[in-house]
Design a protein around this ligand. Structure first.
Ligand SMILES: NC(=O)c1ccc[n+]([C@@H]2O[C@H](COP(=O)([O-])OP(=O)(O)OC[C@H]3O[C@@H](n4cnc5c(N)ncnc54)[C@H](OP(=O)(O)O)[C@@H]3O)[C@@H](O)[C@H]2O)c1
Length: 414
């Protein structure tokens, strides 16, 4: 018997899976400006495999990764999947969801139909020899970012996740609050707690780039919770005050400095002197915020090309610059003189493993971390909000869109 699709903002009876659903779909020929790349299409509801969970998406979180997917930069995710044997010629992205379990595969034991859940974005083949050998799944060759490198993400009425990705939704949060921050929060958790020898601790100074953005809001709170001191870098006083409201001890306005980008070659003495003066002025402004001549033991990085030289310069001896992105570009120039003489660490970090995601989610459930919901949009606005995110024009904090939820403010159960 056939089950027709239901309108966005409504749900079928619990456990009744329609044959088709509405999704915001990217196709290769539309890649470019996210406003044109995302188009609503009706398509079949994906079928769960034995270890999968089908979730009715109540709200979806907006992340930068689907700006990249929409633009086809640095990779066309559809073509990459096709090379890997997936014949589908579309991308349904979305790496953050809050929703209700609607169907489960035959081997699923951890969740049941009707459970209210969120999803983390780390996914891998559980039979990957790397993982069977007991190593971190997020560094396994099979690891992927759900809803970016994989299809069937949260920009649809139903999404498909592996059982291990599914976590309890914080009962105190609305659907849109719960959908807003899991990807950035779990990523920040791994960056700050995942790299032994340089994990965040009591009294540390941590410099957080993009403090009022998705990653930044979660990093500031995680740093503060660890008893350390977060200093935000932002592009306006308004964004700086926002960071202070969520725990930063102060902020630096990056617009007051101009030494950004790839520095001049070390052999160009005059240009180097000028660049170093800019980096020193930034370091001095940082000390002014700290209130003493102390450098950050962790620099929380993601802008990349524009900022890495400064991050390495100001990082304390034995400290770590931990980076999960290159939003401004990938040519990260490290002046090795500062790097080896001061024995600093430049650590790549990506996604989350289950242990880190569950630890972060527990902090959210316990009310110790706020998702910092900034903007709420509609399903039809998914292209527009990705366009605005690309231009840095979203409100401080995290953005979510309503899908199954008919209006904001619903979903709180305690
Ligand atoms: N590898 C992973 O697992 C992972 C996970 C999450 C995110 N990411 C990546 O991390 C990046 C940031 O994500 P997000 O969610 O935090 O994005 P976001 O919400 O847009 O925040 C990024 C922040 O970066 C700051 N920024 C923009 N241009 C800058 C520049 N030239 N120099 C310094 N700061 C600049 C902006 O703050 P101001 O303008 O106020 O300075 C902005 O608030 C994206 O590229 C995303 O794809 C990677």
């Amino acid at each position: 018997m056939s089950n027709p699709s239901v309108p966005v903002g409504t749900l079928p009876d619990l456990g009744v899976v329609p044959d088709s659903m509405f999704a915001q779909v990217v196709r290769t020929e539309r890649m470019g400006d996210p406003r044109n790349a995302f188009v609503v299409e009706e398509m079949p509801v994906p079928e769960p495999g034995p270890r999968d969970v089908l979730i009715a998406v109540m709200a979806a979180g907006i992340n930068f990764n689907n700006v990249w997917a929409a633009k086809g930069v640095p990779i066309d995710v559809i073509k990459v999947r096709q090379k890997g044997g997936d014949s589908r010629d579309f991308h349904v992205g979305g790496s953050d969801a809050s929703g209700i379990v609607w169907a489960v595969g035959e081997s699923v034991t951890k969740v049941s139909i009707g459970d209210e859940v969120v999803v983390h974005h780390g996914v891998w083949d559980e039979n990957d020899p790397w993982i069977l050998a007991g190593k971190d799944p997020m560094t396994a060759p099979s690891s992927k970012i759900w809803g970016y490198e994989t299809n069937d993400g949260s920009f649809a009425q139903f999404c498909l996740a592996a059982e291990h990705q599914v976590m309890p939704k914080a009962p105190r949060l609305t659907w849109e609050e719960a959908a807003a921050a899991t990807l950035v929060g779990t990523t920040a958790y791994r960056m700050l707690h995942g790299w032994s020898g340089n994990t965040v601790g009591e009294g540390d100074i941590v410099l957080v780039w993009g403090g009022s953005g998705g990653l930044g809001t979660q990093a500031i709170q995680l740093v503060t919770l660890a008893g350390a001191k977060a200093i935000a870098v932002v592009s306006s006083a308004e964004r700086g005050r926002y960071c202070q409201d969520i725990g930063a001890i102060g902020y630096l306005d990056r617009k007051q400095f101009s030494h950004w980008g790839v520095p001049p070659h070390w052999a160009d003495t005059d240009a180097q002197r000028e660049w170093t003066a800019g980096a020193r002025a930034f370091g001095k402004a940082l000390w002014d915020v700290v209130g003493e001549r102390r450098n950050p033991s962790i620099v929380f990085e993601h802008p990349g090309e524009d900022t890495i030289p400064t991050s390495i310069f100001v990082c304390d001896s034995g400290g770590m610059v931990v980076i999960c992105a290159g939003t401004t570009g990938y040519t990260a120039v490290v002046d090795l003189r500062y790097h080896w003489m001061r024995q600093k660490r430049l650590q790549g970090s990506h996604g989350t493993n289950d242990e880190q995601a569950y630890a972060y989610n527990q902090l959210v459930v316990d009310g110790k971390i706020d998702p910092c919901l900034g903007q709420v949009a509609e399903f039809d606005d998914i292209g527009d909000v990705h366009h605005d995110m690309d231009l840095g024009q979203l409100s401080p904090g995290n953005t979510a869109v309503l899908i199954g939820a008919p209006e904001p403010g619903l979903g709180r159960t305690s």
